[in-house]
Design a protein around this ligand. Structure first.
Ligand code: ADP
Ligand code: MG
Length: 705
C-alpha cells in the first residue's frame, strides 16, 4: 500500500539521481511514476537467475535462463541468405552446448574467437539430447567481471521508455539508487506488529527490498504475500468499517406497515406463486426495514430468477409507509421495459408510476420533477438520469438499482444524499459474482440470493457453430419461426472497433434480410446509435410479435424480456466475454418454449476463446460461469478502477489469491468484532492507516468513538 513513506521518498522522480526532467516526463506518462515512492512500488514481473554459474552439464534440465562459462571450441556460419545462422560450440569440461545466432551473424562471427573463454547468459533448449542456447548475452571481459549473485529483476518497460534509455536494467539501477539512500525509517510500517508475527511476514521495508532484489526466490514470494495480504486486509477492513460507521451514523427509515397496496397486489395482481427464494428475500428485506438503520443490500439472482418482482414488492412496502421509491436501470430500453411491465403488474392499483430517461422531452421532464417534489409520484423508473442533482424527491424511501455492474460506488453515494435520512438501497445484479469478487468489491453490502428459478423453465440448449454452417443455421431459424418463435441475432460492439462492428452489423442485417425476405418475414434492427424513438419502435414491434427476427448489438444484453423469443444467435461469439455471453443467453428461455443459444465463431479460436465457448455449451449455471470467467481473466485491481499513480501496483489475482483473501477477511472480522473503533493499543497502526485513506467521508473520531 502506498502513501506511507517519509518526505524523502515523496520527492518528485525528476530529482532522483540519473533521472532529470526529460526522463521524469517519460516515467510519468508511460508508467505513472511521479515520485520516488511510485518507483519503489513499480515491481518486477519476473527474476532471472544470476545467483551462480551453472556447469554446462547442468543445463539440460533447466527451464529458465542462467549464467554459464566456457571456451568456444568451434564456430561455423551455416546456410545462406535469410536462413543463415552462426553456430558456436562451447565447452567447459563438463559438457558441450551449441550457441546460435540468427541475427547479427556477421557481427558475432567477427567478435567471438575460438579458443577464448567467455561468460554467457541465456535460456537452454534441449532437442534430441543436445543443449543449445539461442542469442545468449555474452560477457567478453572475464577478468573485470564483478561476480553477480542475485536474482535479477525484470521490469515491464514500453518502447518509448526503451528509446530513452529507460529499459529494465536502467529501472533496476534507479531503484537501487533509491535503496542506497533510504533506510528502514523511510518506509513506514502499515501492519500491526501482531499480524506480522502471526503470519510470519517480512516488515514493509524488507518486503519492498526483497520484491526488487531477492537473494532467494522464496524471499520474493514472501514479500509478494505480505504486499497482497496488506492490500486485501485493508480492502476488507475498510468495507466492514464503513458498513459499521453507516450503521452507527446513518439512521434509516422504518417501514412497519404491510399496507393496502402491498396486500391488494399480493391478493389480486400477482399472477403466479412466488418462489421460495423470492419469499425468503422479501423477508430479509422486510427485516432490514424494521431495524432503524439504512439498508445497503445486494440482491444476486441469475437471469430470469424474478428479481424485478421482488423489487416491486418491497417498493410497495415503502410506498405503503408513505415514501417514494425509484428503480434505476442501466439502459433506456430497460427502463422503458420495466415501466411497461410494472404498469402491467400494477393494473388497478392507485399508484402514480412514471418513467424518466435521458430522452424524456424537456417539458415533460419539468412536469415530472414538479410532481416528484410535491410527492405526487409514488414510483419513479428511469436511467441514471435519476441521480442528476435536479431530480428532487419529496421523501425518497427506497432506491433499487438494477444490474449493478454498470453503477459504481460513487454513484451509489450520490443516492445516499438524495434524502435525509438516506434511502434504503437495494442493488440487484444478474451477473453472478464469485465469492472472491463479492468479498472485495461488495464487502460493505449485505447479500441476499435468489438461488431458484421460477418453475416450468426449460433448459436452454447451447450449440457452437462456425461460419461454414450458416446455411444450416438459417434452416434451423426458419423451422423455429414456423413454430411461431422469435429470434435474436446479436453482433459484438467493442468501443475500439466500433466502425467495423457497425459495418458487420449492417452486413449481417442485409444478409439476413435476403435470406428471410418480405413479406413472409419481418426483420428488425436495433443498436445504440439509433434515435430513441426508432429504438422504441423496433423493440415494440419485436415484443408484440410483429417482427420475427431482431438483429441487434449488445443493447439488448441486460434485462430485455420477450418471453416468446426462444432462439439467441450470437455472432462472433469468440469476441464476447463469458459474463456477457451468459447475459445474452438469458434473453431466451423466458417463456414456456424450448430455447436455444447458438454461438457462431470463426474456425480457429484462441485457447481462451475455446474455453469460453466450451464453458457456455457445458453449463447454464451462472455461478459456474462466473468462476470460470474469473479464472480466465485472473485478477483485476481491487477498486475496480485503475486510478493511475494512486492505485497500488501489487496485482492481486482474485482466483489464485483466495486463501490470502480469506485470511485477511477473517482477521478483519475479528478486529471488527472486538475493537471496531480501533481503540486498542495494538490496533493503532490500523487506525492511523484507515484515517489516512478512508475515502467516503472524513472520519471524525471524536464523534464515533
Ligand atoms: P430477472 O431476475 O432476470 O430480472 P425478471 O424479474 O425479469 O428476472 O423475471 C423473469 C420472468 O419471470 C418475468 O417474465 C417475470 O414476470 C417472471 N417471474 C418472476 N417471478 C416468477 C414466479 N415466481 N413464477 C413465475 N414467473 C415469474
Ligand atoms: Mg432484470
Amino acid at each position: 500500500m502506498k502513501g506511507f513513506v517519509s518526505k524523502n521518498l515523496q520527492s518528485s522522480i525528476e530529482y532522483l539521481k540519473g533521472v532529470g526532467p526529460h526522463k521524469a516526463d517519460i516515467l510519468k506518462k508511460e508508467i505513472q511514476v511521479f515520485s520516488f515512492e511510485d518507483l519503489l512500488f513499480y515491481f518486477p514481473y519476473k527474476y532471472i537467475d544470476k545467483t551462480r554459474y551453472y556447469s554446462i552439464r547442468e543445463l539440460s534440465g533447466l527451464q529458465h535462463p542462467v549464467q554459464f562459462k566456457g571456451q568456444i571450441v568451434q564456430m561455423n556460419v551455416i546456410g545462406m541468405g535469410r536462413k543463415q545462422r552462426l553456430s558456436a560450440i562451447v565447452s567447459d569440461g563438463s559438457g558441450q552446448a551449441e550457441l546460435l545466432w540468427f541475427k547479427g551473424v556477421k557481427w558475432w562471427a567477427g567478435k567471438l574467437k575460438p579458443g577464448t573463454n567467455y561468460a554467457f547468459f541465456g535460456k537452454p533448449n534441449v532437442f534430441k539430447g543436445k543443449v543449445s542456447v539461442a542469442h545468449p548475452e555474452v560477457e567478453t571481459d572475464l577478468q573485470n567481471q564483478t561476480p553477480k549473485s542475485i536474482w535479477q529483476p525484470v521490469y515491464n518497460t514500453t518502447d518509448k521508455m526503451k528509446r530513452h534509455g529507460l529499459d529494465s536494467k536502467q529501472i533496476e539501477v534507479l531503484i537501487k539508487t533509491i535503496f542506497e539512500n533510504v533506510n528502514q525509517n523511510d518506509i513506514l510500517e502499515t501492519l500491526p506488529e501482531y499480524m506480522i508475527q502471526k503470519f510470519n511476514l517480512p516488515n514493509k521495508y524488507e518486503a519492498l527490498k526483497h520484491k526488487h532484489f531477492p537473494t532467494d526466490l522464496s524471499l520474493a514470494e514472501r514479500a509478494t504475500k505480505r504486499l497482497k495480504y496488506e492490500e486485501l486486509f485493508y480492502n476488507q477492513f475498510r468495507s466492514l468499517f464503513s458498513k459499521h460507521i453507516r450503521k452507527v451514523h446513518f439512521k434509516g427509515h422504518v417501514f412497519k406497515e404491510l399496507g393496502d397496496t402491498f396486500n391488494q397486489f399480493y391478493e389480486n395482481n400477482l399472477p403466479f406463486e412466488l418462489t421460495n427464494a423470492q419469499k425468503r428475500v422479501i423477508k430479509e428485506i422486510r427485516k432490514d426495514f424494521l431495524t432503524g438503520q439504512q439498508m445497503n443490500r445486494l440482491l444476486q439472482g441469475d437471469v430470469g430468477s424474478g428479481k424485478t418482482l421482488v423489487a416491486l414488492m418491497v417498493m410497495l412496502i415503502a410506498i405503503d409507509n408513505g415514501y417514494q421509491s425509484c428503480i434505476m436501470a442501466p439502459t433506456e430500453i430497460l427502463a422503458k421495459q420495466h415501466f411497461l411491465s410494472l404498469q402491467e403488474f400494477l393494473k388497478g392499483l392507485p399508484l402514480k408510476t412514471v418513467v424518466l430517461t435521458g430522452s424524456t422531452k424537456s417539458k415533460e421532464k419539468k412536469q415530472i420533477k414538479t410532481l416528484l417534489e410535491n410527492g405526487d409520484i409514488d414510483l419513479l423508473i428511469g436511467t441514471h438520469a435519476l441521480i442528476e442533482d435536479s431530480v428532487i424527491f419529496k421523501n425518497l424511501g427506497l432506491v433499487v438499482i438494477d444490474e449493478q455492474h454498470r453503477f459504481g460506488v460513487a454513484q451509489r453515494a450520490k443516492l445516499w444524499r438524495k434524502n435525509d435520512p438516506p434511502p434504503h438501497i437495494l442493488v440487484m445484479t444478474a451477473t453472478p459474482i464469485p465469492r472472491t469478487l463479492a468479498l472485495t468489491q461488495y464487502g460493505e453490502l449485505d447479500v441476499s440470493m435468489i438461488d431458484e428459478l421460477p418453475p416450468g423453465r426449460k433448459e436452454i440448449s447451447t450449440f457452437h457453430a462456425t461460419d461454414g454452417e450458416r446455411l444450416k443455421l438459417f434452416g434451423f431459424m426458419k423451422r423455429e419461426i414456423e413454430k411461431g418463435r422469435q429470434i435474436y441475432v446479436v453482433y459484438p460492439l467493442i468501443k475500439e472497433s466500433e466502425k467495423m462492428d457497425y459495418k458487420d452489423l449492417e452486413d449481417g442485417f442485409e444478409s439476413i434480410s435476403r435470406a428471410f425476405p418480405l413479406p413472409e418475414y419481418q426483420v428488425g434492427i436495433i443498436h445504440g446509435q439509433m434515435k430513441a424513438e426508432t429504438k422504441d419502435y423496433e423493440m415494440k414491434r419485436f415484443a408484440e410479435g410483429h417482427s420475427q427476427i431482431l438483429v441487434a448489438t449488445t443493447v439488448i444484453e441486460v434485462g430485455v424480456n420477450v418471453p416468446n423469443a426462444s432462439v439467441m444467435v450470437i455472432e462472433s461469439a469468440e469476441r464476447f466475454g463469458l459474463s456477457q455471453l451468459h447475459q445474452l443467453r438469458g434473453r431466451v428461455g423466458r417463456g414456456a418454449e424450448k430455447s436455444y443459444c447458438i454461438l457462431m465463431t470463426k474456425d480457429d479460436l484462441s485457447q481462451d476463446a475455446r474455453k469460453r465457448i466450451q464453458t457456455m455449451t457445458q453449463t447454464t449455471d451462472g455461478f459456474k460461469i462466473a468462476e470460470a470467467d474469473l479464472e480466465l481473466r485472473g485478477g483485476g485491481d481491487l477498486d475496480g478502477t485503475r486510478q493511475s499513480g494512486a492505485a497500488s501496483w501489487i496485482q492481486v489475482n482474485l482466483s489464485e489469491d483466495y486463501p490470502i483473501l480469506k485470511t485477511a477477511r477473517d482477521m478483519a472480522e475479528i478486529i471488527m468484532e472486538k475493537d471496531p473503533l480501533l481503540k486498542d493499543k495494538s490496533n493503532q497502526t490500523i487506525r492511523w492507516v484507515i484515517s489516512k485513506t478512508y475515502r467516503e467521508q472524513e472520519i471524525d473520531w471524536s464523534k464515533i468513538s
